[in-house]
Design a protein around this ligand. Structure first.
Ligand code: GBH
Length: 486
């Protein structure tokens, strides 16, 4: 008999972080750690680039506090931890012939060992936006495919060799769309370029770098180490504003530009037709060799998603959205969901279920949900109800109340459950998020289920952390100790 309810026993759940968002404890500590600069170090020094002037070298001090952080995740009930490795921390200058920073390797060895000691499965991202600055200065980073692909592949190989005996879940890239569009199209993220040609070149390089590293893993490491590898894409559900053919077509075009740009070449073997039509020869062609490399290069679909937009065919000037108009309003004048502290993010749980169904039927791969979360303003001033003392968390009087985030997670986890139990999709993980350096938005907007005091680095769980982990502990099937039935 098949199980008809519950999440599978091997379902992974926990918190997701990125090196540049949480590791830094201060400029001097970062220098002493031997980490090379990334493009974010320079970007942070550009006046006005980061809303509150904060710097990637001083974020949550995870570099010093990783043991406490992992113990806290464990105590909250997580069974996995998604984090990224900083390329310039392990190879400060980044290049294939550049020296390795042993202290960097030691740090990630310690993080991994600490995870395993605490029963957390490490889920590791190789690239979450922190390109070694030296590579950008040498040849323009992602703009130079022929130079960056061998450098990235050597970095990936070093990670598989060093950590692959213990790490069985790999992500080559986090959200190439952001690297290409925010970094090279809109100048919102490092390296801060504004262009309507660079993003398509950068996206192409990232795809080829992904494919090289993934195939290296699949061919040479997987047979011995037995793990799996894939890519994670950002993508919010595009709901047609109404059921007119133009708006339905526009919504598909928005999905093409946001998700299909990367997912179609990887899983289906070509860029979306709508992109080819709009971009013409600004969209690079794949060689036959590249297409062969891309095929079967992602063993699953890694999904980061936050919200849903309504999409109208009315022509906008946003080429990165396929010239569609992105909105949140509905034909009756109401909004699609309550708003958060950030303009782009509204709470639309049914959009998650539609998105997951779309991804599963189009790409036919198991899905790992690798990020999801909700932003609240003003949480910086909340009182602390936990203190950390002698390597232990002491509860004072309950968690920080973040009802809005609990509400969001209630809806989204329920949609996830329906996608698994009713729609029978193969979804294998779910990671919420901690307070951290929110890139160009600085330390102000908070996504965390764990509060961070940026003066003292003190951590305090919020109600949503408890809600999330309780949800999974209740809904994930407990592994059977005997095998006496079917
Ligand atoms: C994720 O990206 C990142 O992986 C993660 O590091 C980050 O902390 C998290 O989001 C929360 O932001 O400002 O109107 O131009 C999610 C995809 C794409 C969502 C860009 C925000 C900016 C819209 N992001 N988008 S706008």
């Amino acid at each position: 008999m098949t199980i008809t309810s519950g999440l599978p026993a091997d379902f992974l759940y926990g918190f997701a972080t990125a090196a540049a968002q949480i590791e830094g404890g201060g400029a001097e500590e970062e220098k002493a750690s031997g980490r090379g600069d990334s493009i974010w170090d320079r970007f942070c020094e550009k006046p006005g680039a980061i809303v509150d002037g904060s710097h990637v070298n001083r974020t949550c001090n995870h570099l010093a506090l990783y043991k406490e952080d992992i113990a806290l995740m464990k105590s909250l009930g997580a069974n996995a931890y998604r984090f990224s490795i900083s390329w310039p921390r392990v190879i400060p200058l980044g290049g294939k012939d550049d020296p390795v920073n042993q202290k960097g390797l030691d740090f990630y060895n310690n993080v991994i060992d600490e995870c395993l000691k605490n029963g957390l499965t490490p889920f590791v991202t190789l690239y979450h936006w922190d390109l070694p600055l030296a590579l950008f200065d040498r040849y323009g980073g992602w703009l130079d495919k022929d130079s960056v692909v061998p450098d990235y592949t050597r970095y990936a190989k070093l990670c598989f060799e060093t950590f692959g005996d213990r790490v069985k879940h790999w992500l080559t890239f986090n959200e190439p769309w952001c690297v290409a569009v925010l970094g090279h199209g809109q100048a919102a993220f490092a390296p801060g370029h504004k262009s309507n040609t660079e993003p398509w070149i950068v996206g192409h390089s990232v795809l080829i770098a992904h494919a090289n590293a993934a195939k290296l893993y699949i061919n040479e490491f997987k047979p011995i180490q037995g793990g799996s590898i894939g890519i994670t894409l950002n993508g919010d559900w595009a709901e047609p504003f109404d059921d007119t053919p133009e708006n339905i077509k526009a919504a598909q075009r928005k999905m093409d530009f946001a998700v299909g740009w990367f997912a179609d070449p990887i899983y289906l073997g070509a860029y979306p037709q709508s992109m080819k039509e709009i971009l013409g020869d600004r969209l690079p062609d794949f060689t036959d060799e590249e297409l062969a490399l891309l095929k079967d290069s992602s063993e699953f679909y890694g999904c980061n998603t936050y919200t849903t937009n309504t999409i109208k065919a009315i022509r906008s000037d946003d080429e990165f959205a396929g010239f569609t108009t992105m909105a949140f309003d509905k034909p009756d004048g109401s909004f699609i969901g309550p708003k958060s502290a950030l303009g782009w993010l509204r709470d639309v749980p049914w959009g998650l279920r539609k998105l997951l169904n779309y991804l599963y039927s189009r790409y036919e791969k198991p899905i790992y949900m690798t990020e999801n979360g909700w932003c609240i303003g003003g949480e910086g001033n909340l009182r602390y109800s936990y203190v950390f003392n002698e390597m232990k968390w002491h509860r004072i009087d309950g968690c920080i109340d973040d009802e809005g985030r609990v509400q969001f997670y209630r809806g989204y986890t329920n949609a996830l459950k329906e996608a698994i139990e009713i729609d029978r999709l193969d979804i294998r993980s779910y990671f919420g998020f901690c307070d951290n350096f929110e890139w160009a938005s600085g330390l102000g907007p908070r996504f965390g289920s764990v509060h961070v005091n940026y003066e003292t680095f003190e951590r305090t769980p919020k109600d949503s952390a408890k809600f999330l982990m309780d949800f999974f502990n209740k809904n994930v099937a407990q592994p059977k100790s005997t095998s006496n039935g079917h």
